[in-house]
Write a protein that binds this ligand. Structure first.
Ligand code: HEM
Length: 366
């Protein structure tokens, strides 16, 4: 086939896939810029994209373009090496007007690929992939700013990113005009103009990426994405549908809209109820339906409590239900800050979410 067997065809494929990747990188840096100015809006965009079919189609398409771009890069590099034979080992043959980046496109590509592997592990695998696989996670998969927090609070992250941005600048700077040349736009008047446009375009994109890495690093080290109250409220509304899916839409809505201080009290109160030694003693002898309700409540409320603990930098707590047939001994109250008396007024606040307590939870909702 012409696209793979001829040199012109291969260059055409490189140019086409390269153009799509330049557009993606441009879109990506603009989307990240939303997180600089409006972190909550950034999370809403992450939620909108999430694992919806349109986002999955776009991601699959993008992955295909990246893979084809890499395969053709290997083919072209091997072809060039074969054509030059031993000559490639001879030094200082480089014509003056051949830029450094054009000589090193393959190596620069490898640096960018290595960055992409790290980047996908830090973000994509924890966001889109876990959503696709339906894994239950401590952090809501669409809370983009919390993944910025996790990634950029690591000291090495901005260093690795800045190295990748520099490699990307050289790679795109050469790739930009060279893709036009590959599709035949090769006249002496336009190439210098395209070089100038490419230079500006790529420099703006990379400058924006660098600014983002700096802002995210500063914010992450201040724990801003964990401690901002508006963001915290947004995270809860993202987590509630996942954690409370067994409890019905009303409970999800109530918890999503509950003011944060009240929610904290309510969860604390529920946790205390679930650790009540009497309830734990009765548990092994409960009818199966009631046991299921208790188990679901324990799972949901420990998840919510532990998410709040994660935001507050407090260790996770655990409630261990007695095993079936286990000796019924007075249960030790679980760890954590749940041992105080019910917070003042908590009982009234809890009334609003009574339907999510074990007794009234729907049966067969395992
Ligand atoms: C400050 C720098 C960057 C930040 C904060 C950032 C952030 C993110 C985030 C949050 C995602 C996950 C989106 C999701 O799955 O919902 C993502 C995905 C991705 N990023 Fe970045 N990114 C940065 C730079 C880059 C650069 C320089 C490249 C390319 C060289 C890149 C390539 C990708 C790719 C290919 C994906 C997967 C997209 C998809 O699944 O559709 N990122 N990035």
């Amino acid at each position: 086939m012409w696209l793979s067997s001829s040199s012109v065809g291969r260059k055409f494929v490189m140019a086409l896939t390269g153009a799509v990747l330049v557009l993606f990188v441009t879109f990506h840096c603009l989307m990240n810029a939303v997180a600089i100015f409006w972190p909550a809006a950034y999370n809403s965009v992450c939620m909108f994209l999430g694992a919806n079919w349109y986002a999955l189609v776009a991601s699959a398409g993008l992955a295909l373009f990246i893979i084809v771009h890499i395969i053709y890069a290997v083919m072209l590099t091997l072809q060039n090496r074969r054509a030059r034979g031993h000559e490639r080992y001879a030094i200082s043959h480089r014509p003056k007007n051949v830029e450094w980046s054009s000589q090193n496109m393959f190596v620069l590509g490898i640096v960018i690929l290595a960055f992409l592997v790290v980047h996908m592990i830090q973000f994509w695998a924890k966001m889109q992939l876990v959503e696709v696989l339906g894994c239950e996670t401590a952090i809501p998969a669409t809370a983009g700013t919390l993944f910025l927090q996790e990634a950029f609070s690591q000291v090495w992250t901005p260093i690795v990113y800045i190295i990748a941005f520099v490699a990307l600048w050289f790679h795109l700077n050469h790739g930009f005009w060279s893709m036009f040349q590959s599709v035949g736009w090769d006249n002496t008047a336009w190439i210098p103009r395209l070089k100038c446009i490419g230079n500006w375009w790529v420099s703006i994109v990379i400058a924006l990426f660098i600014a983002e890495a700096i802002v995210f690093t500063v914010n992450a080290h201040k724990d801003y994405y964990k401690t901002d109250e508006a963001l915290q409220q947004q995270y809860i509304s993202m987590l509630a549908p996942e954690v409370l899916k067994d409890f019905g839409p009303d409970a999800v809505q109530q918890i999503s809209n509950m003011p944060l201080p009240q929610l904290r009290q309510m969860i604390e109160y529920q946790m205390m109820q679930l650790q009540n030694p009497q309830l734990l003693m009765m548990y092994p002898t409960m009818p199966e339906e009631q046991k299921t309700n208790v188990r679901n409540s324990v799972k949901a409320f420990t998840h919510l409590q532990n998410f709040l603990n994660y935001l507050d930098g407090v260790p996770a707590v655990e409630i261990n239900l007695p095993e079936d047939g286990a000796a019924v001994a007075p249960a030790a109250p679980a760890q954590g800050a749940m041992q105080q008396a019910a917070p003042a007024g908590a009982a009234e606040e809890v009334e609003a979410v009574e339907e999510v307590t074990p007794a009234e939870q729907p049966a067969n909702n395992q």
